[in-house]
Design a protein around this ligand. Structure first.
Ligand SMILES: Cc1cn([C@H]2C[C@H](O)[C@@H](COP(=O)(O)OP(=O)(O)O[C@H]3O[C@H](C)C(=O)[C@H](O)[C@H]3O)O2)c(=O)[nH]c1=O
Length: 176
């Protein structure tokens, strides 16, 4: 697997190195040793999946506050996602920057989201499924959200969301 740097310090697009033969494709999609050598979180305690029947479904942008911060390794397992990692680490050189990447089930690429970054996506196809590893257990008390169209972030989404939860649509303006 290859790690491609992004506009957010410590966030990487993870591209697989597929083994192709007459049976099809095999690719390693996570390896603790490789992630540790890269200085990334190498231990995940939860996997999440969301299935989104309608194109234009927006989930996020979410994160958990310290000490329940989560690193995530996100991929599309069906369809395509416009995936965002947003840097909310006040001491980061890329504070308030974001990376936008198209995650494609057919390409099997992934986005590594560091602790302290918010994560969200807009689905680009119907019947789109996200699957992600998470490095911290779910904590409703530590869960936070920022709004997809908050002017503080200037995220250029490819389309307006067609489906969004009331919580996500009404998240307050970010106050650094
Ligand atoms: C995240 C989570 C949620 N839940 C429960 C809480 C709610 O009753 C229900 C749906 O949760 P929520 O509306 O937060 O689901 P999403 O909007 O898809 O949340 C996710 O969306 C963005 C894209 C993320 O990166 C996060 O992993 C996660 O916040 O599942 C759990 O039981 N465990 C969990 O780990």
């Amino acid at each position: 697997m290859r790690f491609v740097e992004t506009a957010v310090a410590g966030a990487y697009v993870v591209e697989p190195d597929p083994f192709v033969d007459e049976r099809g494709i095999f690719a390693r999609t996570f390896c603790a040793e490789t992630f540790a050598a890269k200085g990334l979180v190498d231990r995940f305690v939860q996997t999440n999946t969301s299935f989104n029947p309608q194109k234009g479904t927006l989930r996020g942008l979410h994160w958990q506050e310290a000490p329940k911060g989560e690193a995530k390794l996100v991929r599309a397992t069906r369809g395509r996602l416009f995936d965002i990692a947003l840097d909310l680490r006040a001491d980061s050189p890329t504070y308030l920057a974001h990376v936008a990447v198209e995650l494609d089930a057919d390409r099997r690429n992934a986005l590594y989201v560091p602790v302290g970054c918010a994560h969200g996506f807009l689905t680009l196809t119907d019947d789109c499924e996200a699957f992600y590893l998470v490095s911290e257990n779910y904590s409703p008390e530590a869960s936070r959200a920022v709004r997809w169209d908050d002017p503080a972030f200037s995220i250029a989404w490819p389309a307006e969301p067609q489906v969004i939860s009331p919580r996500d649509a009404s998240a307050e303006d970010y106050a650094s």
